[in-house]
Design a protein. Sequence first.
Length: 157
Amino acid sequence: MTTRFLARPARSGPPRPQTGLAQFALALLALALVLLVTACGGTTPAPASAILPTHRDLDAYPDALLEATLTRDDRCLFATRPDSGERWLPIWPSGYSMVGDTVMNGTTPVATVGDRVKLGGGEYHETEYDFLRTLMPADVPGDCRVDLYWLVSTVVP
């Protein structure tokens, strides 16, 4: 006995309307595709603000002047002398903060990464870090620790 299969004739005319289940499946597939493209092709996150160590208000400050350029190395903000490459980690007065690449004194912009600055204050070496730490509300992260620190008393215009 032979079984014969009959070919179905090609359908002509307008396409049949999809059933509710087929429409739901198609919408779900489209949503999954949109989410996949969005997740894989998203924007890169903005870099975090630099670390800006601060010190408590003091009765007296060293009276030296550092002229340098503000530079950023990952999340650390430095005062760097372009001619020698020497760099200090400034420890800013209380009330200073970092917004993006700009140093703020309260709501007033003071300097931006790349600016040449004049910082009043004084130099401290890594060997004096324990003393500096007593002046700061928080420790400087290890990846920002350097040989030279600058205790900032003022930013000279």
